[in-house]
Design a protein around this ligand. Structure first.
Ligand SMILES: *[C@@H]1O[C@H](CO)[C@@H](O)[C@H](O)[C@H]1NC(C)=O
Ligand SMILES: *[C@@H]1O[C@H](CO)[C@@H](O)[C@H](O)[C@H]1NC(C)=O
Ligand SMILES: *[C@@H]1O[C@H](CO)[C@@H](O)[C@H](O)[C@H]1NC(C)=O
Ligand SMILES: *[C@@H]1O[C@H](CO)[C@@H](O)[C@H](O)[C@H]1NC(C)=O
Ligand SMILES: *[C@@H]1O[C@H](CO)[C@@H](O)[C@H](O)[C@H]1NC(C)=O
Ligand SMILES: *[C@@H]1O[C@H](CO)[C@@H](O)[C@H](O)[C@H]1NC(C)=O
Ligand SMILES: *[C@@H]1O[C@H](CO)[C@@H](O)[C@H](O)[C@H]1NC(C)=O
Length: 870
């Protein structure tokens, strides 16, 4: 784009240089003048003149230039009624100003109007012609002192405005375009004196991108006019879409300089693309060529998004396009009605209007007739053609000429004239505001310079008829206001454009984009907002994954990875749940994690509980049995009170395993290992005391032994107490330094929370267990050594067995506990407690109970003594 502009600039300068070296004084006299085409100019005299370039014709016949004969002149075709309306709207505005007693009193504004005919060469000629003055095209010379050319209005097409702005910018001549929207014209370094009364395409592209994203259309095709207008528009909208993460499916250009306008190629890519929404940045006549081809190929079902160039086109509103364009949506310049304009337009006659030639062409076009004296300017002469009288009534016809319901460019040109007049007024009246020139100098009204007027235009504040107050920003742009229009089908098959929203960059409430979605009517097949996406949005539970080599809008959906969710459709990423939650099966929601602990309800817990309670009744019944037979020798022989303590502690051993079942709570965790340790210490220490007592009793039977006094029950109590106090100290240290606490473990199995007791200090736990083991080992060794002592009813053998089994259970617990996790480690410990308690119970009490219950004859003093003797 930049390159093209630059090339054009060089081209202009080159022309200027060529012209510059031809002294103007030779122009008429010496036969070295270059031939230029005949210009058709409309002149309205005045004190100050305004130059206007309007494309009354917007097409030309393509003639081959062979250079074997005089090159033909360009012949203009396609007369546009809309442009003629703009011309009359300009006259209407000038009329108002010239009649106004307050605005520019005593100054009459006149104009030159020149038909540029959509031809760069003619347009450049026209520009130079206006600058030079009447009848001459000599650059750098102004041959006309007065009336002065104040400013130039035009062109409507950006490409032409750019060329003009390059030339006019050289002389700092103010230029106001009423319809050039190319954003490159906002560049003040290239176009220092360019202004416009239409918004730049930069606003429109941003707005259209906003519209596309509003409807979720992220996969769109772009068709542009192959000109500054279309290329800039397509470029800007592409940028905006990419910035917002949407994608462009294809980009194509309508090329006006080709016979086929590039339509076959565009039709093919539109047909092949999956994009439903197509943004068209092209004037209606060129878009019509494409539409005709699309309709011929029955290619409907596309949604067209209109740039302002065709969004309210009456040509495209015809019935034949309704199948393709119903439901189209787009941006149109906002405008207001101009009261009195319609009457002014309808009063126009060829006889009362400057520019007879153009007016006659207009007359022939609107009334489909011919003037006799006109030759065959606009088509072939057919006998049936009516003759024009010049007195036909414009009120009788309804056409785009006198339709004032949607004034867009005409309103814009009216605004241009208003701003220009206000600026001239300020200049002449030497308005003392912030608008004065430097030093507060006033300007000689007869001799002002173009740059002085440029200054006043830049600073003009104009209140328009609709109450809006406008002024140019630093780049020469007015605030952008667009209507969002929707193409809806009328009863008669044609389409009308209904305003459904607006885009106003100057909105004071910050509602730049607003649309009434319920007022939008889509094509008959679409009841809701149609969609145009490359890949359907991923459902919850899935995330997008890019496909290599494809635009980001074309993606595949992959399920969220293990442990992650996406709770809305179209997620880019999946997210992790909070620590205590876990994805549900569909991966679209987090649900609380299952907790895992050895509960009373589940079979393992219930079994263990039942076993524990039943087991705890056994030592109690043995205790009852002992109590009943407390006077029998077999009970008395083995330290009755110590046996009772042992039985009670065994009951407690069974019961303490209950604290390992159920949900671990603070207090439970705090106490359970300690309770277990203390109860077992009591138990093992009783057995140790029994063992030591057996040894002491044997040694005391030796004559003269001094150990006799050590055989009393007191000694056993002392042993039990010492053992327990040591364990108690250990436990108190543990609880105070590293108290156990409940812990939520999610590392082992991420989908469940394992509630466990953290022991606080594993070392303390193993110390406690080790101390128990130590006691048991001592018991075992002593009992093993004493197993053959001939003491009466020697228990040492049973103690050996019981300690052996006790140690076996707990030693096997060590590797088992290290290899199990979760609730099973707790179950293991409960099982170890139960089995070791049972081992003690069975080994220590079963034989005696057997004798007490089934062999009462053995439970006698004589028998015991006899056995002892053996
Ligand atoms: C040059 O100008 C003269 C006088 O205006 C005119 O007679 C002549 O035809 C022009 N020459 C060309 C080549 O147009
Ligand atoms: C306009 O012209 C009239 C008569 O020529 C004169 O009286 C009047 O002062 C002028 N007004 C202005 C504003 O120059
Ligand atoms: C311009 O040319 C026309 C016709 O060729 C002539 O009538 C008119 O006086 C000329 N104007 C000037 C200012 O030379
Ligand atoms: C379009 O449809 C019409 C009628 O439905 C049919 O006659 C014509 O052949 C179709 N054209 C193409 C290119 O499919
Ligand atoms: C006008 O049309 C007639 C008939 O087609 C033709 O003979 C004549 O040359 C044309 N005149 C002009 C000036 O083109
Ligand atoms: C939106 O359009 C609907 C249908 O045309 C209309 O009933 C409603 O009043 C409009 N809402 C607003 C806020 O303009
Ligand atoms: C999705 O999850 C986020 C946070 O994870 C939450 O803020 C949001 O409300 C959720 N949305 C829905 C629709 O559940």
């Amino acid at each position: 784009m930049r390159m093209r502009l630059k090339a054009r600039l060089y081209w202009c300068i080159w022309h200027l240089v060529i012209f510059y070296f031809i002294p103007p004084s030779y122009g008429n006299d010496i036969p070295c003048n270059l031939s230029l085409s005949e210009l058709s100019v409309i002149l309205e005299p005045g004190d100050i003149l305004i130059g206007v370039l309007l494309p009354f014709h917007i097409d030309k016949t393509f003639l081959k230039i062979s250079f074997t004969e005089t090159p033909p002149t360009v012949s203009c075709t396609r007369f546009l009624l809309e442009t003629y309306q703009q011309f009359q709207a300009m006259r209407f505005a000038l009329d108002e100003i010239n009649k106004s007693p307050t605005l520019l009193p005593n100054v009459t504004l006149g104009f030159y109007v020149y038909d540029s005919c959509a031809n760069l060469r003619k347009e450049q000629e026209g520009t130079l012609w206006m600058l030079t003055g009447m009848n001459k095209t000599v650059p750098n010379y102004c041959c006309q002192e007065w009336p002065r050319l104040a400013a130039v209005l035009g062109h409507s097409v950006s490409t032409y405005s750019i060329l003009m702005a390059h030339i006019l910018g050289l002389y700092r001549y103010p230029q106001i375009s009423h319809y050039s929207t190319s954003s490159s014209l906002s560049d003040r370094s290239q176009f220092p004196s360019f202004f416009r009364t239409v918004p730049s395409d930069a606003f429109q592209s941003r707005g259209l991108a906003h519209l596309l994203l509003y409807f979720g259309w992220t996969w769109v095709g772009l068709v542009g006019m192959g000109s500054d207008y279309g290329e800039q528009g397509v470029y800007l909208i592409t940028q905006e879409l990419i910035k917002a993460g949407a994608c462009v499916a294809f980009t194509g250009f309508i090329l006006s300089n080709r016979e086929d306008k590039n339509v076959p190629y565009l039709t093919r890519i539109i047909k092949e693309s999956t994009a439903r929404v197509i943004v068209v940045f092209a004037p209606d006549i060129y878009f019509a060529a494409l539409l005709d081809e699309l309709l011929k190929q029955n290619l409907t079902g596309k949604i067209f998004v209109a740039s302002e160039a065709w969004s309210i086109s009456s040509m495209l509103s015809a019935e034949k396009y309704s199948s393709a364009l119903t439901g189209a949506i787009g941006f149109a310049f906002s405008s207001s009605p101009l009261p009195g304009l319609r009457g002014f337009l309808n009063k126009v006659r060829p006889s009362n209007t400057p520019g007879q030639t153009i007016t006659k062409i207009f007359w022939e076009n609107i009334f489909k007739c011919k003037f006799m004296d006109q030759g065959n300017l606009t088509g072939t002469w057919i006998d049936s053609t009516k003759l024009c009288t010049g007195k036909e009534d414009l009120e009788m016809v309804e056409s785009s000429y006198n339709d004032v319901s949607n004034l867009r460019s005409s309103y814009s040109i009216y605004t241009s004239i208003q701003i220009l007049a206000r600026s001239l007024h300020n200049l002449f009246s030497c308005w003392n505001g912030k608008e004065t020139l430097s030093g507060g100098t006033c300007v000689d009204a007869k001799n002002f310079k173009p740059w002085q007027l440029t200054h006043y235009i830049q600073n003009a504040h104009v209140k328009l008829s609709n109450g809006r107050e406008v002024s140019f920003d630093i780049n020469g742009d007015l605030p952008a206001v667009y209507d969002i229009v929707n193409w809806q089908l009328r009863a008669d098959g044609t389409m009308k454009q209904v305003k459904v929203g607006s885009y106003d960059t100057a909105d004071t409430n910050g509602n730049i984009f607003s649309i009434n979605i319920s007022a939008v009517m889509w094509a008959p097949g679409d009841h809701q907002v149609p969609s145009s996406v490359c890949s359907k949005s991923c459902p919850p539970g899935f995330r997008r994954a890019v496909i290599r080599g494809q635009p980001i809008c074309c993606f595949q959906c992959v399920p969220c990875p293990y442990g992650e969710i996406s709770n809305k459709s179209g997620s880019n990423e999946c997210s992790k749940c909070p620590w205590n939650m876990w994805p549900n099966v569909d991966k679209d929601r987090c649900v609380p994690k299952a907790t895992d602990f050895l509960s009373f309800e589940e079979p393992l817990g219930t079994t263990l509980t039942a076993a524990t309670i039943t087991s705890s009744l056994v030592p109690l019944s043995v205790l009852g049995l002992y109590y009943c037979y407390r006077s029998t020798p077999i009970v008395r022989a083995n330290n009755y009170s110590l046996s009772c303590t042992l039985l009670v502690s065994l009951t407690l051993c069974f019961l303490c395993s209950l604290s390992f079942i159920g949900c671990p709570q603070q207090l439970k965790c705090f106490l359970r290992q300690v309770a277990f340790g203390m109860v077992f210490t009591l138990c093992v220490s009783c057995i140790l005391a029994k063992t030591i007592m057996v040894v002491l009793a044997f040694m005391a039977t030796k004559p003269g032994s001094s150990l006799k006094k050590w055989t009393g029950p007191r000694v056993s109590y002392i042993i039990v107490s010492i053992c327990n106090i040591l364990q108690l100290c250990l436990c108190i240290c543990w609880l105070s330094l590293f108290p156990p606490f409940p812990e939520y473990n999610t590392d082992t199995q991420p989908e469940i929370i394992i509630i466990v007791c953290n022991e606080g200090s594993t070392i303390a736990f193993w110390c406690m267990l080790g101390y128990l083991g130590l006691l048991a080992t001592i018991s075992f060794i002593v009992a093993f050594l004493a197993r053959h002592l001939p003491e009466s009813f020697n228990e040492a053998r049973f103690i050996t067995f019981s300690m052996l089994s006790f140690l076996t259970v707990w030693i096997s617990f060590i590797p088992a506990s290290l290899s199990t996790r979760g609730q099973y480690i707790v179950a293991m410990e409960v099982f170890a407690i139960l089995s070791s308690s049972w081992a003690l119970l069975v080994c220590m009490f079963l034989p005696k109970c057997f004798i007490i219950v089934f062999r009462p004859n053995l439970n006698s003093r004589e028998h015991l003594i006899r056995r002892a003797r053996n």
